[in-house]
Design a protein around this ligand. Structure first.
Ligand code: PLP
Length: 376
């Protein structure tokens, strides 16, 4: 039995996506920067992909800068803000993805920027009063706060954060890697300057994503070399991956409502099943609540002698999920997110189950049976 419940880590490539990529690999091999017809054909394919994504996000296609994925897009935004836009301070939080925290720390070391961490409320939401206090004074700032947390599913209010940033004259970057193509975005109204995307989180290929940069903001070259991506990101474009990204994007938007309904159903079945098995089960970050990221359920299991081995034992049962908390045995790696949000309990195993398009009710039933065996 194989049950894949680790879709927040990565997803299976959709057959439609693979189908769209193959002819590009086989036939559209021209260098998009070449002036001859074979190269021009590839350039057209890239620009069509860019336009199709931009249309779905309701933004101009020149705002989409293709990258190798979410990590690079996060780096590009933060490094660009400091290097090219005069930001001398980054406000972020300890619960961010390491693509943001480590980049901010690196800029603190290399460029002497001020790094301020905004507090969270007990439920994992950003403390907006604290953010407002931080923004009330200080040098030119970029705020970087993720939309949905990849471990505990807390969804931040981008509208409220963006408006606070706007009124303080700060730039706002949000890592939207876990919500892009699971939630609809309207970039004409959402008050963000930068958001990020990674195709492999919604059944696209690995190694491709983009940074959205609001119209009017000009970054310098972060990856030096050719003048691709309007000289912000040099390097020959990964044409087949870009087509895969655009195809996965269109596919996701064509079924956004049904997708959400399907996955909410699976997650709710899992949460109900777990509550029936373990009366003392907890959901880190209230990840079972309606207003949390609907693809992720972070479960804190009651203390059990096999807690430290749970991830490994589930793997042996054919269940793929991911670990999160440092159990007392030290068998799983600690999670900086659970620690920073104070959800970490050394006596309890925390496991993340994350759902995707190809999961079925039978997957949930089988996972629950395996969990029961592991914790028996
Ligand atoms: N940001 C978040 C919230 C993520 O979950 C991930 C992937 O795990 C990333 C960034 C990194 O994306 P990529 O794997 O495309 O570099």
């Amino acid at each position: 039995m194989n049950v894949y419940l680790d879709n927040a880590a990565t997803t299976a490539v959709a057959p439609e996506v693979a189908e769209a990529m193959i002819p590009v690999l086989r036939e559209a091999y021209g260098n998009p920067s070449s002036s001859h017809a074979i190269g021009r054909k590839t350039r057209v394919i890239i620009e069509q992909s860019r336009r199709s994504i931009a249309n779905l996000l309701n933004c101009h296609s020149s705002c989409i800068y293709f990258t190798s994925g979410g990590t690079e897009a996060d780096n590009l935004a933060l490094r660009g803000a400091v290097r090219d836009l005069g930001c001398e301070r980054i406000i972020t939080s300890e619960a961010e993805h390491s693509a943001v925290i480590k980049t901010a720390q690196s800029l603190e070391r290399s460029h002497g920027i001020q790094l301020d961490l905004v507090r969270h409320l007990a439920d994992g939401m950003v403390d907006l009063t604290h953010l407002e206090e931080l923004l009330a004074s200080g040098p030119k700032t970029i705020v970087s706060l993720m939309h949905a947390n990849n471990e505990v599913a807390v969804v931040q209010d981008l509208q409220a954060i963006g408006l606070l940033c706007q009124s303080a004259g700060a730039l706002f970057h949000s890592d939207t890697v876990q919500t892009m193509c699971h939630y609809a975005f309207d970039l004409q109204t959402l008050p963000v300057d930068f958001i990020t995307c990674s195709a492999h989180k919604f059944h696209g290929p690995k190694g491709v994503g983009f940074l959205y940069i609001k119209k009017g903001i000009q970054l310098g070259g972060q990856i030096e070399g050719g003048s691709q991506e309007r000289a912000v990101r040099g390097g020959t474009e990964s044409t087949h991956n870009i087509v895969g990204l655009a195809t996965a994007f269109a596919l996701a938007y064509s079924e956004l409502e049904n997708h959400e309904k399907h996955i909410r159903g699976l997650k709710s079945k899992m949460a109900t099943g777990l509550k029936a098995l373990f009366p003392d089960v907890r959901f880190n970050g209230n990840s079972d609540a309606e207003n949390r990221l609907y693809t992720v359920l972070n479960v804190s299991f009651p203390p059990h002698p096999k807690s430290g081995m749970a991830l490994f034992l589930l793997d042996l049962e054919g269940i793929a999920c991911s670990g999160g908390s440092a159990c007392s045995s030290g068998a799983t790696l600690g999670s900086h997110v659970l620690r920073s949000l104070k959800f970490h309990d050394p006596e309890r195993a925390s496991l993340r189950f994350s759902f995707g398009r190809y999961n079925s009710e039978a997957d949930v039933t089988n996972a629950l049976k395996a969990i029961e065996r592991v914790f028996s």
